[in-house]
Design a protein around this ligand. Structure first.
Ligand SMILES: Cc1cc2nc3c(=O)[nH]c(=O)nc-3n(C[C@H](O)[C@H](O)[C@H](O)COP(=O)(O)OP(=O)(O)OC[C@H]3O[C@@H](n4cnc5c(N)ncnc54)[C@H](O)[C@@H]3O)c2cc1C
Length: 427
């Protein structure tokens, strides 16, 4: 009889749902811990959402801002990547349920499922005013913007041509401002030599905001600078008026009707269904109200992080829904899991705000680092360098830097491809 060697203990099973900024950071930071990790995402890629608008406006190609998750984790043998959609959580049996009927068991669960668009109870507006959240959204918007110019080139009726050349962006947060500035530059600097029957300078870019100023999260002087810069680019900024209708014909705001064939929604977000899965408390935007250690009330083995949660920052205000916050939470959760496995009790999550950045156009950006506030060309360079730094991989950094230098020097946006259909396809 041979003596049986004792079986090594099963590693602690961590399941992470969502390979966005929060989930991926948690996975990275768990390297070396005695755990097995299952990372589940309904997309096969990690997406750098801050530059989505550059895909939508033909400045960058899709592959420059997204990476296959499996590839990013190819060197981590303890990580299993699953391309699947989670439809619920059974906290009693400690299983994650998948849409296709499968289930995955966990010892510790991390929900990092982000947020999606919110139409404030008007979901019927979505087909007319799509938002920007996924690569598909970005290529759909790119298609609509470019098709509008193509159709205008062939349109002989002046009213219909004007509607085709009117681009309305709803919501003047960073995404709305960045889209408005870039579409204006596209029409003003990039496209004019390419068309024969239209003058693309005639394009109207209208940015509508229900609040009193653009970039409401920035200090007032930077908001004012952003508004002036947009107006210098020819953007019409409408403040203090809520949109009350979106349709195939255009928008209605503050009682005014504006005919426009391209509407873009940048006005609101709603958290993923993570709170619903657990019957956990949530705020009006559906964000799960986590405890200070980022666990779900009543479920110490379930963490939730990033855009799908609400938690107070050091100033008592909710931690903002931005990439650095999601990454800090991912890092904190990884450290908490490691500490617990060592038998320690981790302290609460403490958010550190490193600053807010928004680009308005070429050579124009605003940065709020707290005590240091910057605007103009210097801010634009810092914005560009920061974004290149946060991209993954040397190849993408070089490629994005080259694309931007090309735009900077030549006003050429090379990703002007109309995909997903032929010239016959409508909206
Ligand atoms: C257009 C745009 C511009 C932005 N600009 C900036 C910016 O300039 N600076 C900044 O700091 N932040 C910016 N943000 C915000 C930033 O991208 C988010 O705060 C950040 O992505 C949140 O990270 P997260 O991990 O919580 O969610 P996400 O990064 O959204 O990741 C969530 C992941 O979960 C997956 N998922 C969701 N539901 C399921 C499910 N049921 N099953 C399986 N997988 C699921 C998704 O596919 C996704 O991969 C921007 C966001 C957008 C949309």
């Amino acid at each position: 009889m041979t003596a049986q060697s004792p079986r090594p203990p099963e590693p602690h099973r961590v399941v992470i749902v969502g390979a966005g900024f929060g989930g991926l950071e948690a996975t990275y930071r768990l390297a070396g811990a005695p755990v097995s990790i299952t990372l589940i995402d309904r997309r096969n890629h990690h997406l750098f959402q801050p530059l989505l608008y550059q895909v939508a406006t033909a400045a960058l190609a899709t592959s420059e801002i997204a990476w296959p998750i499996r590839y990013l984790l190819r060197g981590r043998s303890e990580v299993t990547t699953l391309f699947a959609t989670v439809s619920g959580v059974d906290a009693q049996t400690k299983r994650v349920m998948l849409e296709d009927g499968g289930t995955i068991a966990y010892d510790t669960l991390v929900l990092a499922t982000g947020a999606r668009h919110a139409y404030f109870g008007h979901d019927e507006w979505e087909p007319f005013a799509p938002g920007l959240k996924t690569l598909e959204d970005a290529t759909t918007l790119r298609r609509r913007i470019l098709v509008a110019f193509e159709r205008a080139e062939r349109e002989t009726d002046p009213q219909r041509r004007a509607a085709l050349l009117t681009f309305v962006i709803i919501g003047a947060g960073p995404t709305g401002v960045e889209l408005a500035g870039t579409i204006a530059e596209l029409a003003r600097d990039t496209l004019p030599p390419d068309f024969r029957n239209i003058d693309t300078h005639d394009a109207r870019v209208v940015l509508i905001e229900a609040g009193p100023r653009v970039l409401a999260g920035f200090p007032e002087d930077l908001s004012a600078y952003a508004q002036r810069s947009l107006e210098d680019l020819g953007v019409e900024v409408v403040l203090g008026m809520a949109v009350t209708e979106c349709s195939a014909e255009g928008v209605v705001y503050g009682g005014n009707r504006l005919e426009a064939k391209t509407l873009i929604w940048a006005a609101g977000v709603r958290a993923s269904r993570a709170a619903e899965w657990l019957g956990a408390p949530s705020d009006r935007a559906g964000r799960l109200e986590v405890l200070p250690d980022l666990t779900v009330p009543g479920h110490p083995d379930i963490f939730a992080i990033g855009d799908t949660v609400v938690v107070a920052g050091p100033d008592g205000k909710p931690v903002p829904g931005i990439a650095p916050a999601a990454k800090q939470q991912g890092r904190y959760v990884a450290e908490s899991i490691k500490a617990r496995l060592r038998g320690e009790v981790p302290g609460p999550f403490r958010y550190k705000h490193s600053g807010s950045l928004a680009q308005i156009g070429k050579r124009k950006a605003v940065i709020d680092f707290g005590r240091i506030k910057l605007r103009g060309a210097l801010a634009w360079w810092i914005w560009g360098i920061a974004h290149i730094y946060f991209l993954i991989g040397l190849r993408n950094r070089l490629s994005v830097a080259l694309s931007w230098l090309w735009i900077y020097a030549r006003d050429q946006r090379v990703a002007r491809l109309i995909t997903q259909g032929s010239s016959k396809v409508g909206r």
